[in-house]
Design a protein around this ligand. Structure first.
Ligand SMILES: Nc1nc2c(ncn2[C@@H]2O[C@H](COP(=O)(O)OP(=O)(O)O)[C@@H](O)[C@H]2O)c(=O)[nH]1
Ligand SMILES: [Mg+2]
Length: 809
């Protein structure tokens, strides 16, 4: 039970002389003192005080006004409170209502309260009834009072029960389940219990058959119900709830009625046992313990996507809620689907809907493709939240089955198959203002260029105050025949300038050669683009704006902003639920997180040389950033129906050739088929042929040249060493032969001499010929080197020599 506190702290309060100290003393030590000390220090109860063996710490308190502050601190730190009164002094009961209850409420409003009617041994036989009535009158107005128990410290009667009830009120709290004021089960509890009901409704007919009820019983309580017990339950439910039982079994209404009955009868542990069995914590959210079973903190080259299991579960859910088989889920049906979750997932929330266009949605109505696409996108934006929501929806298998780890940005042949497994691409769309980014996004979502809510949000990127960027989703059939989800996120020109400038200034600079190349080809980044000529209808003035003098504006965060992040954070793996745009410190804009991008799509207006120049420059800068070297890039020329002039075309094609990139894809808003081709291409560039889309930037060329030089250098050094060694062998052999022959002083000479094998004279060419050496002379050189063997032979025999032989020489 993850939510069980390690030590349960119970404070004992009440007027002077009501019996607080005696109650603690009897509970802890079973000792009663007619004249106890005024206040005991914090006292632990023995571990075996309760069957749960939970440590309990009791805190005695003083009712004196001067101790009011200390008392407040004790109440704040406690999990439950016992308030004592003396039944023979009605004023002490009255002060429960007038003083103690309000004081507790003021400090710790949800804490459970147990009333202890102390010194019960002093009550006469007739008193209890009067006391009971009085207590009921008082407690009626005090909803947090769990119960009142008569007890006697002197005779140790019911003292144990007082603290056991307090403990149970902590372990099995009523407050999250039940609204005491209105006397109804809380909505959060209804959602949680409905999820449990759905999980056990195996045949999804909306009722629990006897077998399903018994499955529930045995899983939650380890016992099955007999036929008679089942009949008894049916009878009770039928009497109380008209629709509680149908021909097929127990309805949700009946199930909730039964749980409500447990709650009202104080059998809270029964209800909590069920809820905890299904992973709920005290706040009726799925516990961290359950969600932590899936690690969502992955290295930047990995990503979590929805598994096939999750997708087929979602398809099932779709069919289930699409009751009339229309192939569509209305907003009401979606609300029904999410009725077991405490809230909608972030990407399903209303205020985001207008900035997230999903192909196959009509207002809030989704078709199956749109439904799955949105869930896949949710998994990319917030894997943990999506996991929780799939579980809330009633997935009953292991959480680990719902998300799968996949590769990100592995544009090499070894990872080709793994990359092709990817199902969801997150691609950023960059381009100058007005070049057609939003049009492309709308086309992906199946929207025509004009006439929808997002038209006019033409500048694209996030607006001030943390509004999310325009994003479009669709399921696209790729070149390999598989359906994948494409998410395009629009990044405005301003935001791109800001992002690249921030990245350059935050210790993540562009590589020198990329910067140099950009400087060589184009004006400095962010400077006004006076150089390239404008072809066709020119951009309005300021279409290629100046980069801000400081990368991050100093304006305060707007409402709803995400927590401030250091500049340049866009490049770091983002926090799981932060979305793709992280807000830079003090900025009203948020910067896209490049580490999550699968493919950068650079759009340019084919009628504007400025637009191309910006795209080219931004692309070069972006691809020079650390971490972006393997980011696939796709160039798209928009407004193809107007067309590109010859000069610009030549320039563009030359640049693509230089960068070893495919030619830009021409698209036009009027030609939806071409748009469809572009989406397939974007997915191909992301997952199927990413290696063909990595720009061969000057930085990359430099790197490759360096690598080549290193390899050549390495080979040259190895050859030189080898040559040196050969010379060494030849000369040392010649020397040894000479020395051996002449003086017999070298090791080999000595060995030869001691071996009794005569050193044969060489061929006369000491540089190439070697002496014949017997196998016993050079250990390890099997067979030795035969006289007159070639240099090749000798080299191969060198390679076969073990190190020791070499050293022995
Ligand atoms: N007969 C009887 N006397 C009790 C009982 N509990 C406490 N007392 C007496 O009531 C007086 C006040 O008790 P104490 O525990 O000091 O009250 P506190 O001021 O609330 O802590 C003492 O004289 C106790 O002996 C009880 O259960 N029965
Ligand atoms: Mg006392």
């Amino acid at each position: 039970m993850s939510t069980t506190p390690r030590t349960v702290r119970i404070a004992v309060l009440g007027d002077l002389d009501t019996g607080k100290t005696s109650l603690i003393s009897t509970a802890a030590n079973d000792t009663f003192d007619a004249r106890p000390v005024p206040t005991l220090p914090p006292t632990k109860l023995p571990l075996d005080f309760t069957p749960e063996r939970i440590p309990i710490l009791l805190t005695d308190t003083s009712a004196k006004p001067e101790d009011a502050r200390a008392l407040e601190a004790v109440i704040r730190e406690s999990d439950a409170v016992v308030v004592c009164f003396d039944p023979r002094k009605p004023a002490t009961l009255e002060s429960v209502r007038t003083s103690w209850y309000p004081r507790v409420q003021a400090v710790n409003p949800d804490i459970p309260i147990i009333l202890a009617c102390c010194k019960a041994d002093r009550l006469s036989d007739r008193d209890p009834q009067t006391v009971r009535e009085r207590v009921e009158r008082v407690a009626r107005d005090l909803p947090n009072v769990e119960c009142c128990l008569n007890c006697s410290s002197k005779y140790n009667k019911m003292v144990h029960d007082v603290f056991y009830h307090a403990l149970k009120a902590v372990l099995y709290p009523l407050q999250p389940l039940y609204d005491r004021t209105d006397r109804v089960i809380r909505q959060a509890a209804i959602r949680a219990l409905k999820r449990v009901f759905i999980i056990f409704d195996a045949d999804k007919d909306g009722t629990l058959s006897d077998a399903e009820v018994n499955a529930f019983q045995s899983m939650c309580f380890g016992i099955s119900l007999s036929a008679e017990e089942l009949r008894g339950i049916k009878q009770v439910v039928r009497q109380q709830v008209p629709n509680g039982y149908t021909d097929t079994g127990l309805t949700l209404e009946g199930f909730l009625f039964l749980q409500g009955l447990f709650i009202e009868r104080g059998r809270l542990e029964t209800v909590w046992q069920v809820l905890r069995r299904f992973g709920y914590n005290d706040q009726l959210r799925l516990s961290d313990e359950l969600l932590d079973r899936v690690n969502v903190q992955l290295p930047p080259d990995q990503v979590l996507e929805l598994s096939d299991i999750a997708v087929s579960f979602l398809r099932q859910q779709f069919t289930l809620y699409d009751a009339r088989d229309e192939g569509m889920l209305s907003w009401e049906q979606l609300q029904g689907l999410f009725s077991t979750a405490p809230s909608l997932p972030t990407e399903w929330q209303n205020e985001r809907v207008n900035r997230l266009l999903v192909c196959g949605t009509y207002g809030a109505v989704h078709n199956l493709d749109a439904f799955v696409a949105r869930w896949r996108y949710c998994a990319l934006t917030d894997a943990r939240g999506t996991l929780a929501h799939l579980l809330y929806l009633g997935y009953e298998g292991s959480p680990g089955d719902l998300l799968v780890r996949r590769q990100r940005r592995r544009p090499d042949k070894r990872h080709r198959e793994e990359m092709a497994e990817r199902t969801t691409a997150l691609c950023y769309v960059f381009g100058t203002a007005g070049c057609g980014k939003s049009t492309l996004l709308r086309a992906l979502a199946g929207r025509r260029a004009e006439g929808d809510a997002t038209a006019g949000a033409g500048s694209g990127g996030p607006a001030a105050g943390g509004v999310p960027p325009l994003t479009a989703l669709a399921t696209v059939t790729c070149d390999d025949g598989r359906d994948r989800t494409l998410a395009l996120v629009e990044v405005s020109e301003d935001l791109t300038n800001e992002l690249l400038a921030a990245a350059s200034l935050s210790g993540r600079p562009t590589t020198p050669s990329a910067a140099a190349a950009a400087a060589h080809l184009l004006p400095p980044f962010g400077a006004s683009s006076a150089g390239p000529t404008t072809v066709g209808p020119s951009n309005p003035p300021g279409a290629v704006p100046e980069a801000p003098s400081t990368p991050i504006a100093g304006s305060p965060s707007g409402p709803g902003s995400v927590p401030a992040a250091p500049s340049g954070q866009g490049l770091m793996p983002a926090a799981p639920s932060a979305g793709f745009f992280s807000q830079a410190a003090g900025s009203v804009y948020s910067l896209p997180d490049l580490s999550r991008c699968d493919c950068a799509v650079f759009l340019f207006d084919s009628t504007s040389a400025d637009s191309w120049a910006w795209a080219q420059r931004s692309m070069l800068t972006l691809c020079g950033l650390p971490g972006c070297e393997t980011l696939p890039v796709l160039l798209v020329s928009t407004k193809d129906d107007v067309g590109m002039n010859g000069e610009l075309r030549e320039r563009v094609l030359a640049a693509c050739g230089e960068l070893a990139l495919p030619d830009p894809l021409p698209v036009a808003a009027v030609d939806m088929a071409a748009m469809g081709g572009a989406f397939r291409q974007i997915l191909s560039a992301s997952f199927l042929t990413p290696e063909a889309h990595i720009p061969d930037t000057p930085a990359r060329k430099d790197r490759r040249r360096l690598q080549r030089r290193l390899v050549i250098g390495g080979v040259a050094v190895a050859l030189a060493m080898l040559g040196g060694y050969c010379l060494y062998i030849m000369y040392s052999d010649g020397g040894a032969r000479g020395a051996g022959g002449k003086e017999g002083s070298s090791a080999v000479g000595a060995k030869l001499a001691s071996g009794g094998v005569p050193a044969l004279a060489g061929t006369g060419d000491a540089g190439l010929a070697a002496p014949t050496v017997g196998a016993d002379v050079v250990p390890g050189a099997a067979g030795g080197v035969v006289e007159g063997s070639s240099l090749g032979d000798r080299l191969s025999s060198f390679f076969s020599l073990p190190g020791v032989s070499f050293l022995a020489r």
